[in-house]
Design a protein around this ligand. Structure first.
Ligand code: NCD
Length: 326
């Protein structure tokens, strides 16, 4: 894990001995199986606390900078809710056009500014590697909330937590990822993170031009997971335990005509699901466009709305952990 020990900051009262204290969260590659068990345990406790009492003062007096250079509904608002349910507060900078970014300020200078006023920085940015760059300049922890087509580690953590809470375990599962596997950062992080569990089989279903990047597939192969690529869902749906549907990422296409050709490559309806297992779940990081029909929403296997809620507990856990309170 990226360490800030070269430039320590040790506010009074924090548990500076906890292993995650002051650390950045940049990539799922940082997490061992034991780390995941720990995070899921804390997230589960957060769930119980929220259900019982709603909010509590674990992070009272702490301030989060929520810095978003790309649109977001779930990630930004769940980080805000997470911080506020833990008694902390938030400086939201989602309209970067109203901040000094519009005057030409660099990302390193913006994070060096925000860390003067806050304890942790959540960053979403269109460039791959931007979170690592910000972390290099910041003394305070930086949490990657999506760096272009790179990674979305907190999403992958909430995705795996969702699978665990819904199916009860994370081993011996067939996970099928569907849609835009080329530009979708959530599936890049999720397939890497799933290598931490045993007996996982990965199926990738996409149009030819939106296949899973080779480097991600090579990393997964190095860990020995079986993976296979498909154009149609039919052949893999019956064996699937987790179907992870993604949106075609319009904003990443250089040529809008190419987007138009693939945007409706897969439309998922209740009829399609007749060949699926009864005990399985359908996930989606959201937002959806047309890829899952609303008629499927009432099916108990549709887990995507519950998945959003699990995101709150995982982000509460991550904030508590990097701020030395868990
Ligand atoms: C995803 C993202 O931003 O990568 N959204 C999210 O954080 N839940 C998926 C997407 O935008 O399609």
């Amino acid at each position: 894990m990226h360490s800030k020990s070269h430039k320590p900051y040790l506010p009074f009262g924090d548990q500076q001995t906890t292993p995650w204290y002051g650390k950045d969260i940049l990539s799922v590659k940082q997490f061992s199986h034991a780390d995941l068990e720990y995070i899921f345990g804390v997230a589960h406790e957060m769930r119980i606390m929220v259900e019982r009492i709603g909010a509590f003062d674990l992070l009272k007096g702490k301030i989060l900078a929520n810095l978003f250079y790309e649109p977001s509904t779930r990630t930004s608002s769940s980080f805000t809710a997470a911080m506020e349910r833990l008694g902390g507060s938030v400086i939201p900078i989602s309209e970067v056009k109203y901040s000094s970014v519009a005057k030409g300020e660099s990302l390193p200078d913006t994070v060096r500014t925000l860390e003067c006023y806050t304890d942790v920085i959540v960053l979403r940015h269109p460039e791959t590697g931007s979170a690592a760059l910000a972390a290099k300049y910041a003394r305070k922890p930086v949490i990657n909330a999506g760096d272009g087509v790179g990674e979305h580690p907190t999403q992958a953590l909430l995705d795996t937590f969702t699978i665990r809470e819904e199916l009860g375990h994370l081993d011996n599962l067939t996970v099928t990822m569907l849609g835009d596997l080329k530009y979708g950062r959530t599936v890049h992080s999720l397939s890497r993170l799933l290598t931490r569990f045993s007996g996982i089989k990965l199926n990738y279903v996409s149009p030819d031009i939106l296949r899973m990047p080779r480097d991600v597939m090579e990393e997964v192969a190095e860990k020995g997971l079986p993976q296979s690529e498909h154009v149609g869902l039919d052949e893999v749906l019956p064996e699937t335990d987790v179907l992870y549907v993604t949106r075609v990422q319009r904003e990443r296409f250089e040529d809008p005509a190419v987007y138009e050709k693939v945007k409706e490559a897969y439309i998922f309806t209740p009829e399609v699901m007749t060949s699926a297992k009864k005990e399985m779940i359908v996930m989606h990081p959201l937002p959806r466009v047309t890829e899952i029909s609303m008629e499927f929403d009432d099916d108990p296997r549709a887990a995507y709305f519950r998945q959003m809620e699990y995101g709150l507990y995982v982000r509460m856990a991550l904030l508590a952990i990097v701020l030395g309170k868990a």
